[in-house]
Design a protein around this ligand. Structure first.
Ligand SMILES: Nc1ncnc2c1ncn2[C@@H]1O[C@H](COP(=O)(O)OP(=O)(O)OP(=O)(O)O)[C@@H](O)[C@H]1O
Ligand SMILES: [Mg+2]
Length: 362
């Protein structure tokens, strides 16, 4: 990547290893010279003859030179092998990184052996790849579902127009009505998708807001709809201060209350909307009567485009993005979302957002 070529780490390690070996060898030979050979007299009588110092010194120097040459060769060869062995895992990690950069996220390093620095790096890298792979798969599923959902109204429109063209005497008023209906649904879907991406990008301004006021506003807006279908909404609660986007949190509350109304029992249903502050959280709970739901079904409802049973109220089926939008908004506000089925039927949704304390006002 436009960087000047440098020495490889393997070569650097080899050279340092050889360097140390040479320094240690030279020092050792120096010690022999300084403490032993230097103090020998020029001639000495030893058992069996006369010892000539200059002769001995020459012999020592030759042997020392040979030893140093051997150390040099040994250091270079041994160092090269050792460094190669030490750095081998790095090669595998680099290969995996290259594969990932080329788009192959399924590959894993799976480094064997005891836990050391390389093993930790490889394991961390593997878990990062696993997360990335899951996220990419989720995005692809989402894109496929979104395209599929968007194609439906367009396909319906096409069919309606073809029928109208072939049958000129057809009642155009009815055609316009149906086209209008299909078009409105396509717009709803597109708006839901835009909202989802806006929440996911976290690109919104944050203010001090009160979740209980937001819940009240959402409920009031939907009250005529609920009363028109024979439902009772019970709203209660205290101040639930948090920090976030008023518009997005209102959308979240509206989706929850809307769900509680349309997925309720056919007659005499109830909806409970409660807001308040707990120890660390501003909490909004929306509960409703309704069909009994299995825990397995409930765990899938938050996924985009997942629709459960037929809705009781409202003339058209939903897009299936309501709860996905709620989840994205909650996540963008660093909160948690709990969806559980009620024992008597219906659903209980609890949103917890970080509470805003007075000192946060600064
Ligand atoms: N309060 C609730 N009570 C019972 N079932 C619910 C409730 N909220 C959601 N569901 C179930 O979860 C499914 C998904 O809900 P979600 O809001 O994501 O989509 P939707 O309501 O079908 O469509 P829309 O995108 O228009 O909201 C619903 O189809 C419904 O079966
Ligand atoms: Mg919904």
């Amino acid at each position: 990547m436009g960087r000047a070529p440098g020495l490889s780490v393997r070569l650097k390690l080899t050279l340092s290893y050889t360097g140390f070996l040479m320094v240690a060898g030279t020092l050792l030979l120096g010690v022999v010279w300084v403490f032993v050979l230097r103090h020998l007299p020029a001639y000495a009588d030893v058992p069996g003859g006369i010892l000539v110092r200059s002769f001995l010194v020459r012999g020592f120097l030759e042997a020392a030179a040979a030893a140093l040459v051997f150390l040099l060769a040994f250091g270079l060869g041994g160092g090269w092998l050792l460094a190669g062995r030490m750095l081998a895992p790095l090669g595998r990690i680099t290969d995996a990184t290259r594969l990932a950069a080329d788009g192959s996220l399924a590959h894993r390093i799976r480094l064997a052996g005891p836990s050391d620095e390389f093993r930790e790096l490889a394991d961390a890298f593997d878990s990062m790849l696993a997360r990335l792979e899951a996220q990419v798969a989720e995005q692809q599923r989402f894109a496929a579902n979104a395209s599929h959902e968007l194609r439906t109204p367009l396909a319906v429109t096409k069919t309606l127009l073809e029928v109208a063209r072939n049958d000129r005497d057809h009642d155009s008023g009815e055609l316009v009505d149906r086209l209008h209906h299909v078009n409105a649904r396509a717009i709803d879907l597109t708006e839901a998708l835009l909202l989802l991406s806006r929440a996911d990008q976290r690109s919104f301004t944050r203010d001090h807001v009160d979740l209980s006021l937001i819940a009240e506003e959402a409920t009031e807006t939907l009250l005529p709809f609920a009363e028109g279908s024979g439902l009772t909404i019970h709203i209660s609660g205290d101040a639930a201060p948090t920090i976030g986007s008023y518009a997005l949190l209102l959308q979240m509350a509206t989706n929850l209350v809307h769900n509680a109304i349309v997925h309720n029992v056919p007659e005499q249903g109830d909806v409970w909307v409660t807001a308040g502050a707990a120890a660390e959280a501003a909490v909004l709970t929306v509960e409703n009567t309704g069909q009994k739901l299995s825990p397995q079904l409930v765990s899938t409802l938050v996924e985009p485009f997942q629709r459960g049973a037929e809705r009781i109220r409202g003339h058209q089926t939903g897009v299936g993005l309501g709860l996905a939008i709620v989840k994205s908004i909650v996540q963008a506000h660093d909160g948690t979302l709990d969806v559980t089925s009620r024992a008597d039927g219906g659903l209980r949704v609890v949103v917890r957002l970080p509470i805003a304390r007075p000192r946060d006002h600064a």
